[in-house]
Design a protein around this ligand. Structure first.
Ligand SMILES: [Zn+2]
Ligand SMILES: [Zn+2]
Length: 179
């Protein structure tokens, strides 16, 4: 294992690209925070990654753990969701590393690319795989009772005396007056 050498989960593979197919590099990494989407971020990230030189770029195999902090969709309490990822993806070169000549477009849908500075953005792959792994709903627990729609208390903590029916009391008085 090499010491971690990365900026924002980007790894420079310029040297590896000059090696024959099968050449390898391994790194461990940690990162406090990776923004995912709409105020959601992956935090306390730790992982390791292995790059293997392929004819058109580098195969990137990574194991990653982290935590996503979200709000319970019913009661708005904070929920920590643990994420564990293991993925293996090829990052393709757009240019030949020695000559700078352009390389053909890979035959793949939405391929990952090594950027023009020979950086592999592992963070981009982590972001995409985390969003796939993330449960649609964030619930603090399966039977979360949520917030009272009338007075707003957290019904997991206390109960309230609000009428549980759909109709508000004043509304039913108004209705009876109209009748
Ligand atoms: Zn909840
Ligand atoms: Zn209430």
């Amino acid at each position: 294992m090499h010491l971690k050498k990365q900026v924002d989960l980007q790894f420079n593979v310029a040297q590896l690209l000059r090696e024959p197919v099968g050449g390898r590099r391994e790194y461990t990494f940690d990162e406090e925070n990776l923004s995912l989407d709409n105020d959601v971020s992956l935090q306390k990230i730790t992982g390791d990654v292995r790059f293997t030189r392929t004819p058109s770029g580098v195969l990137t195999e990574a194991r990653v753990r982290g935590v996503v902090e979200r709000l319970c969709t019913r009661c708005l309490d904070q929920v920590d969701q643990s994420i564990a990822l293991h993925f293996c993806d090829e990052f393709h070169s757009k240019i030949e590393v020695n000559t700078g000549a352009p390389l053909p477009q890979p035959d793949e849908e939405d391929p990952f690319f090594i950027n023009e500075n020979h950086l592999v953005d592992v963070g981009q792959a982590i972001r995409e795989y985390t969003l796939i792994e993330l449960p649609m709903q964030a619930l603090c627990r399966g039977d979360c009772k949520g917030l009272c729609p009338t007075c707003g208390v957290n019904l997991n903590d206390i109960s309230c005396d609000c009428p549980s029916g759909e109709e508000d009391e004043r509304l039913s008085i108004l209705k009876s007056l109209l009748d």
